[in-house]
Design a protein around this ligand. Structure first.
Ligand code: HEM
Length: 542
């Protein structure tokens, strides 16, 4: 599509089956759609994934713009992604990144598929916040059925989401399900629903048992919001189905987007050694070599943040963002856009547009530093030249969490390790090919050796855990500390903790062992409403 735009211009019309698709491929055209005409493009087009997997549009990602979307979005903005909510769970992310670091350090001389490890770290960070438990382990061939099932479902969902389903573009053929996509989606939905229903039922029981601490988990908070009215949502109330759909969204939208971004960043840094050592110098001077990076260090890591922005420019994890649909006819840059057209914003092409960026294919974080060509540019939807999270009303709901996680994990990895390619491969020959799909995956997963570079006792042997704040149940404590790969838990040397009085506690062996029917509503039912959420979004200013 980027190549087509070079021939046909930054505003293109494609006819895909019965569907009119318009593609925006320059910053100024994207601004027209996502700022000037954002209200007209604030729903997503109908699609089989939303229907068969996402509880028939009962989720946040695909809900039509209207009261249901507003309710879910407000709940997320206030309870999940506000600065306060993110700060409350900062320790969980730091602990999970600490566990990742330990796991990577314990791999020793073996090559590591870094992307897989990153995915486990991000998934568990979200799971512990939402559910109070980890759901995937670092071990392979895990004996933990739930973890195995979860991982298999997410992998299958990613494959199905990337399939070009003919029925979505030629509606009369939808019923025939020529590729068998809808059938696979329905089966996958049933598995997800069993998984999510059991989690929800368990949580309902805990709340009935009057567990005072359970409200720490965000899932309990969501359940407690079920009976409450939320302003401007026209009496729409949260249902169990919507809670399950939201959980599904958070795991699917929040995990691979983040881990894939970090994997690209590490690949870029391996190819650009000078930039890597400049970042390591910054980290050594601000964090030192005796501990891991924390979220409170991030504000001071100016160069690291420029690296992350440059990486978002070149490797946005959803290269065509998520589609939108025109609610009414409109005119953009003199072109008539008919009602019902699908909008794709080519975020990938915009980030590489030679009319905007000097040497667009070069990895040059300095462009985002003082005196650089885009020193003030941000990636939060205000600058249309670089918008990995989209923009406007439907901008990524988890953006603040995504940015924090990408910054923290990338900073920790480059601070704690040096990287070496396998088989004596030269950095300049590293294959940077991209795979086709909804998500911008690497065609060749990054395989590397990791060489620890910090004082080992502090950085790799101590994970500072505040026991009081931990929300993991007993089963999952086993997973977390298990030295047994078969359990799907952490497999490394004994973990030493520091309690709140800074007393070092070494864990001994004993301690270390171990309604799926959607509430179907007319899709077009509630496209009205005109809200600006700028006041509600977590203001996670750098
Ligand atoms: C590097 C990390 C991430 C990237 C690059 C990313 C990117 C995006 C993009 C491009 C969109 C579509 C925006 C639009 O239509 O304009 C989106 C939507 C969304 N994202 Fe993210 N995302 C990331 C992380 C997360 C995380 C961590 C979560 C939650 C745990 C999340 C949850 C969502 C949700 C719920 C939506 C739908 C919002 C709506 O339709 O109102 N994302 N994301």
């Amino acid at each position: 599509m980027a190549a087509l735009a070079r021939v046909y211009g930054p505003l293109m019309h494609l006819k895909m089956g019965f569907v009119h698709v318009v593609v925006a491929a320059s910053a100024s055209v994207a601004e027209q759609f996502l700022k000037v005409h954002d209200g007209n493009f604030s729903s997503r087009p109908p699609n089989s994934g939303a229907k068969h997997i996402a509880y028939n549009y009962q989720d946040l990602v695909f809900a039509p713009y209207g009261p249901r979307w507003r309710l879910l979005r407000k709940i997320c903005a206030l309870h999940l992604f506000s600065t306060k909510a993110l700060d409350d769970f900062r320790h969980v992310r730091e602990e999970e990144v600490g566990i990742l670091t330990r796991a990577l350090a314990s791999v020793g001389q073996l090559p590591t598929s870094i992307g897989k490890m990153l995915s486990v770290c991000v998934t568990n960070s979200i799971a512990r916040v939402m559910l109070g438990r980890r759901v995937v382990g670092y071990g392979c061939g895990s004996g933990d059925e739930m973890a195995e099932e979860f991982k298999a479902m997410v992998d299958e969902l990613m494959i199905l989401a990337g399939v070009f389903n003919i029925g979505d573009f030629i509606p009369p053929l939808e019923a025939f399900d020529l590729q068998g996509v809808a059938t696979k989606m329905k089966k996958l939905h049933a598995r997800f629903d069993t998984f999510l229903t059991s989690i929800l039922e368990e949580e309902h029981n805990i709340i009935k048992d009057d567990d005072v601490d359970s409200n720490i988990k965000l899932l309990s908070r969501l359940i407690s919001l079920k009976l409450k009215d939320v302003d401007d949502c026209e009496g729409e109330r949260l249902t169990d189905t919507q809670i399950k759909a939201l959980l599904l969204n958070l795991f699917v939208a929040g995990t691979d987007t983040t881990s894939v971004t970090v994997e690209w960043a590490i690949a870029e840094l391996i190819r650009n050694r000078k930039i890597l050592s400049q970042a390591q110098q910054e980290l050594d001077s601000i964090v030192g070599k005796d501990r891991l990076v924390t979220e409170s260090d991030l504000a001071q890591l100016t160069f690291l943040k420029a690296i992350i922005k440059e990486n978002f420019r070149l490797h946005p994890s959803t290269p065509l963002s998520l589609p939108r649909i025109a609610h009414e006819n409109c005119e953009i840059n003199g072109y008539f856009i008919p009602k019902g057209s699908t909008l794709l914003v080519n975020v990938w092409a915009i980030g590489r547009d030679p009319n905007t960026w000097a040497d667009p294919l070069e990895f040059r974080p300095e462009r985002f530093l003082m005196g650089g060509e885009r020193s003030n540019a941000d990636v939060r939807g205000n600058d249309f030249e670089v918008m990995p999270f989209g923009a406007g009303r439907r901008i990524c709901a988890g953006m603040n969490l995504g940015i924090r996680m990408v910054q923290l994990v990338t900073a920790t990895l480059i601070h704690a390790f040096d990287f070496e390619l396998i088989n004596g491969q030269l950095a300049q020959n590293l294959n940077m090919e991209e795979a086709y799909g909804l998500m911008l995956q690497r065609a060749h997963p990054l395989m590397i050796y990791l060489r620890p570079r910090l004082a080992s006792h502090f950085a790799y042997d101590i994970v500072s855990i505040q026991f009081m704040a931990l929300e993991i149940n007993s089963t999952n404590i086993d997973d977390l500390f298990s030295g047994n790969v078969e359990d799907g838990g952490y497999n490394g040397p004994p973990i030493v903790y520091q309690d709140s009085d800074n007393t070092i506690i070494e864990m001994d062996d004993e301690q270390t062992s171990s309604d799926s029917e959607s509430n179907v509503e007319g899709y077009d039912a509630d496209l009205e409403g005109d809200d600006d959420f700028s006041d509600l979004e977590g203001d996670d200013d750098e």
